[in-house]
Design a binder for this molecule. Structure first.
Ligand code: 2AL
Length: 243
């Protein structure tokens, strides 16, 4: 099984780290191929970054289709371009926020999210509403660290995330925490040990869900709104997408 993991931001170090975390959790027969868009923001910390990165995600899906991927993961907590990506393939496509919400809801009745910057909280809130998980989430908390601090200032960032998770554990009336950034993929076990309640991390959750869907023989439905895009002309910068 070829599992194409797309880091929607363009930080190569983060792509490598996310890919390594995915490979560690993957089943023996799963090959993780971790890529990132050729162009776009180095980190995704708001609506603008997300809009630009979504185009890059669709370009990575097109490459994955050419190379024969069996499933895709979009490894940014805003799930940028998720529905667009699903239109482009019959393979399953999972967003890490979506995967994290599903898994947390299976092991707890209420969870909190611990993300990076507080300004990204609204993105998670919109996704909870769109996916039908708003009632499962008690609170969205921010460790108030920029995404790239997880790369550049790892120890201090980890301390902030653990402190924030402990506050969620003590104050939110929850059973589990969902980590809200792809850059936290390798921190799950360390944080769980420090906090003492189940910590769900979206990249690792998505790997196991993707393996399950492929094992079930299920892919993205082409009946209805996720059918391949209607052929049409694209102009200017996007003329190459015309069909
Ligand atoms: C993210 C993420 O997962 N990767 C990134 O660049 N930005 N979102 C977030 N809330 O930290």
């Amino acid at each position: 099984m070829r599992l194409h993991l797309i880091n929607p931001n363009t930080s190569t170090g983060m792509t490598t780290r996310i890919g390594e975390s995915a490979s560690r959790i993957a089943a023996p027969g799963t090959r993780i191929v971790a890529t990132q868009p050729d162009s776009g923001p180095v980190s995704i910390e708001g609506h603008f970054d997300e809009a630009i990165s979504a185009v890059g995600v669709t370009e990575e899906i097109a490459k994955g289709e050419h190379d024969g991927s069996d499933a895709y993961i979009i490894a940014c907590f805003g799930d940028p371009g998720l529905m667009a990506a699903r239109e482009l393939t019959r393979a399953p496509v999972l967003g890490i926020a979506e995967a994290g919400f599903h898994v947390a809801s299976l092991i707890s009745t209420r969870f909190s999210i611990v993300t990076t910057l507080s300004r990204t909280g609204i993105i998670a809130e919109h996704l909870l509403q769109a996916y039908g998980f708003a009632h499962h989430c008690r609170r969205i908390r921010a460790a108030d660290i920029p995404v790239l601090d997880l790369e550049d200032d790892g120890d201090a960032a980890l301390t902030r995330v653990i402190e924030t998770c402990r506050r969620a554990r003590d104050e939110d009336g929850i059973g589990a925490i969902v980590l809200g950034c792809g850059g936290m993929a390798d921190l799950r076990a360390t944080i769980e040990e420090a906090v003492g309640i189940p910590i769900v991390e979206g990249v690792t959750a998505a790997v196991k869900l993707a393996e399950a869907l492929v094992g079930l023989g299920l892919g993205t439905s082409k009946h209805g709104d996720l059918a391949f895009p209607r052929p049409k002309s694209f102009t200017g910068h996007f003329a190459h997408l015309s069909r």
